[in-house]
Ligand binder design. Structure first.
Ligand code: SF4
Length: 454
């Protein structure tokens, strides 16, 4: 039997996701997939060139078969594009956002399989290998394990590159209503948790809330006996009282995110603080003994390699427990998308290469990694940690090894179904007014979803 499928969807998805193939958006690509018994065949036509690939496979269940077809179709398309355009990608034909999760799914021979079947470069395989090593003490894929996420989607201003659901706090008329609804949702969620691994209060910038409101949220979460992170992302929102409040409620880890240590860039990206503010607030945070994460972004508008290098070196000098290096990802919805001039591809790769080299040689190890669509240079975001200080929440979420009970607008609750090797999701509305209006229904539906899944 021959089954033929036109894989135009794959072509669009792959080209968009890979984000690197310069000029590929304008190419005319035809892709036909067919099967004959255990033989997969992919025929690709780009311009006047035709490519043909075939692969013998061992069929499994329906889900596995779908994955096989997708994998080899993508590989065929990737090889064809590489040949036609004379370019290749460091992540090869791999387009998913979780390369490490993918590596785990391949079993013991993951490295060989990723190299041979997805054409991933040796340098990226080395990073994946280091991450798996660093994750070992924390990694636990087990039903009943759960992380709690609380969404505070407000910030003092909107950064120009932001594509999260973030509302300017000063303009929000329903802040009180949001906190009332959120507290209700958190309190109803707590009895559902069996084995809590971590709490993450993010969004947004939770510390941009007036302190009494922040306290109501922390009180609803209550005392926990596990890692407890609050995004304190912007130094303009942190005072001694803020940190004291976090400490009083048992928060163990904060994110204090410089993004860059260059004042000129901070202005350009719409931040209302200076690099010195970050240094001052970091000193203050150290007094309280928090574990600190610092985010940096490679590829920010107007930044050269030297600017980025300065930020990496500065962050290392400050020596927080975690440093996360993001590659600028300008999605639709970010104000910077239109105004930004693209940096040469090689420049961002050079920045990322430097961060890998410098951080690893300064005692930091990569411990999680993810990729996004529209990411400059088809690169990745990588979290680095001092030995033994990795963030449990980031590992659990990135590798999808636990349930995630999420509260608040735009929060997505995930249920891990181990036996079927899949995740089910329940998403709350993004819009604040809709969330408030529907909170009782959300609580009912979400709790049912969380309890009834196997
Ligand atoms: S702090 Fe984060 S969530 Fe808030 S506007 Fe900036 S990028 Fe967006």
């Amino acid at each position: 039997m021959i089954i033929e499928t036109n894989l135009q969807w794959m072509q669009a998805e792959f080209i968009e996701a890979s984000g690197f193939f310069n000029g590929a958006e304008d190419l005319s690509v035809e892709h036909f997939h067919s099967q004959e018994g255990d033989l997969l065949k992919d025929d690709v036509k780009i311009g006047d060139k035709a490519y043909s690939y075939s692969k013998k496979v061992v069929w499994g269940n329906e889900l596995e078969n779908k994955r096989l077809i997708k994998r080899y179709a993508k590989l065929a398309l990737y090889k064809s594009l590489c040949d036609y355009l004379g370019q290749n990608l460091v992540w090869g034909a791999l387009t998913g956002i979780r390369p490490v999760k993918y590596a785990y799914s391949l079993g013991e021979n993951w490295r060989q399989k990723m190299a041979e079947e997805m054409l991933v470069s040796e340098s990226k395989l080395d990073i994946v290998s280091r991450i798996m090593q660093e994750q070992k003490p924390v990694y636990e894929r087990k039903e009943g394990n759960c992380d709690l996420f609380v969404s505070i989607p407000f910030c003092p201003t909107r950064c120009l590159y932001c594509s999260f659901l973030s509302n300017e706090i000063g303009k929000e008329k329903q802040l009180d209503g949001y906190i009332d609804s959120l507290v209700k949702e958190i309190e109803s969620a707590k009895p559902l948790i069996k084995n809590l691994r971590s709490v993450y209060v993010g969004g947004g910038t939770p510390v941009s809330l007036p302190l009494p409101m922040l306290e109501r949220v922390l009180k609803a979460i209550g005392k926990v006996d596990c890692e407890y992170t609050v995004e304190a992302g912007r130094p303009d929102c942190i005072e001694r009282e803020t940190l004291q409040l976090l400490k009083d409620y048992g928060v163990t880890r904060i994110c204090l995110n410089p993004q860059t240590f260059n004042d000129k860039t901070l202005k350009v990206i719409g931040r209302r603080h200076t690099a010195q503010d970050i240094l001052d607030k970091y000193e203050l945070a150290k007094e309280f003994g928090f574990s600190v994460n610092m985010d940096l972004i490679a590829g920010l508008t107007g930044e050269s390699f030297e600017d980025f290098k300065y930020s990496v070196d500065k962050a290392i000098e400050l020596s927080p427990d975690n440093i996360t290096v993001h590659t600028l990802s300008l999605k639709r919805g970010s104000k910077l998308k239109e105004s930004t001039k693209k940096l040469p591809e090689g420049e961002i790769a050079k920045m990322i290469d430097y961060s890998v080299y410098k951080l690893i040689n300064s005692g930091f190890n990569p411990y999680y990694l993810y990729r996004q669509k529209y990411m400059a240079g088809n690169l990745e975001n990588t979290g680095y940690t001092k030995s033994g200080k990795s963030c449990v929440y980031n590992i659990d979420v990135m590798e999808e090894i636990t349930d995630n009970l999420a509260c608040g607008a735009n929060a997505v609750t995930k249920k891990l179904i181990l036996a079927e090797d899949r995740i089910e999701r329940y998403g709350a509305p993004k819009d604040i007014a809709t969330y408030i209006a529907k909170v009782d229904k959300i609580i009912e539906e979400k709790n049912k979803f969380f309890l009834e899944k196997p």
